[in-house]
Design a protein around this ligand. Structure first.
Ligand SMILES: [Zn+2]
Length: 378
């Protein structure tokens, strides 16, 4: 069994690296150990050994004084299949989306009703997004509304099941066969709309949204809320999509801001992280709109193993997202200290669970989405 083999390996590794383990426990905050000895500290059973071994340890050279601001990383076991999930997954013509069937989708209109929000709406109650995406969208539109007092905004495209994407694709292909242009409707399984992280705006007057006029503010400021305009004319050769000023994708604040400031589309950003900002090398240090600091790095998935031991910070909040290709992106919220072990309760209290094990199985979610989307296909 892969799990047992992995455990056995870890134990053997631990035996051969006892001295380094002791060193890691005592020095604790040393960034050298945090960043370079991940294999060695992998199996430390928290800090139980500390009391018994502390007297055997040499006092560190003062010239290598411990910096209390350095981040200490320790490994946490993540279901390797989690690389297909999270705010930073890349879904495009080359990278298929695999639904877990466990997504926390919420109805936009139901949530608006609950909050007494009338600043925008959706086509009907079946239009859903992931809960976090909805909350960021709602905050963005509320802020926009407070400036423009415009209530004509409508979410015209939201989460889609693979089946619904198939219908859209068939319909659109029939209408545009052979025009030779980049596709505007993704192949089933390859649409960001299946992730619940993307939505399309329209405005009720003409069912058209170009991000102009009052709406220009949304396209220019969406990064402050963690969104990117996913398909721009400038990046058409990379995304392989025509410009879609109405299509917003949630990625999270520090990532959205970095992409905007550095003029990167999601394909380019994911590639930058996995090539230049790996765990063992330099990490990406960046800020969000509000001056909060973040440290971001990529860690490859241990494909073929049930779990991947992803290094995460101790005592600091973090997120882990898959990139939907070959690993994980860890986002460290440097300014947000937490109690040890409470950095990311969601990961420990609700272990990631996949209902399927094969790539070609699709969600059996029977949520029916509005199927009368005949005049505009995104
Ligand atoms: Zn769209």
């Amino acid at each position: 069994m892969p799990k047992d083999i992995s455990k056995e390996k870890s134990i053997n590794k631990a035996k051969t690296t006892v001295e380094l383990v002791i060193c890691a426990v005592i020095i604790g905050t040393s960034v050298f150990l945090g960043k370079n000895c991940i294999d060695n500290v992998k199996v430390i059973p928290s800090t139980n050994n500390e009391a018994s071994i502390i007297e055997d340890i040499d006092i560190p050279d003062p010239s290598e004084a411990i910096d209390p601001d350095k981040i200490v990383y320790t490994p946490t076991s993540i279901n390797t299949k989690m690389k297909f999930s999270g705010n930073l997954i890349l879904v495009n013509n080359d990278h298929e989306y695999f639904s877990t069937g466990e997504e926390n989708l919420v109805s936009i209109m139901t949530k608006n009703d609950e909050a007494g929000r009338s600043t925008f709406t959706a086509v009907d109650y079946d239009y859903k997004l992931l809960a976090d995406t909805y909350e960021s969208l709602a905050k963005m539109v509320d802020d926009w509304y407070n400036i423009y007092r415009n209530d004509t905004l409508i979410v015209y495209g939201a989460h889609r099941t693979k089946e619904f994407q198939q219908q859209l694709y068939d319909q659109f292909s029939a209408n545009t066969a052979g025009d030779g242009e980049a596709p505007i409707v993704a192949l089933p399984g390859f649409s960001e709309h299946e992730t619940g992280l993307a939505f399309d705006f329209s405005e009720t007057a003409g069912y058209d949204y170009q991000g102009t006029g009052d709406f220009q503010w949304l396209n220019e400021n969406c990064y402050k809320y963690g969104f990117i305009i996913r398909y721009t004319e400038e990046k058409e050769s990379v995304t392989k999509y025509r410009s879609e000023p109405w299509h917003f994708r949630y990625v999270g604040k520090p990532h959205a801001m970095y992409m905007k400031n550095n003029n990167l589309c999601l394909e380019e950003y994911i590639e930058l992280l996995r090539s230049n900002y790996t765990y063992g090398g330099e990490h990406l240090n960046t800020k969000d709109e509000y001056g909060n600091d973040y440290e971001i790095f990529f860690y490859p998935s241990e494909d073929g193993a049930d779990v991947t031991n992803v290094p995460v910070p101790t005592g600091i909040r973090y997120d882990i997202s898959g990139n939907n290709i070959d690993g994980f992106i860890v986002t460290v919220y440097i300014d947000e200290k937490t109690d040890i072990g409470q950095e990311n309760p969601a990961l420990t209290t609700s272990p990631y669970a996949y209902s399927t094990t094969t790539a070609d199985e699709s969600s059996t979610d029977t949520t029916s989405e509005e199927t009368t989307e005949t005049t505009v296909a995104y």
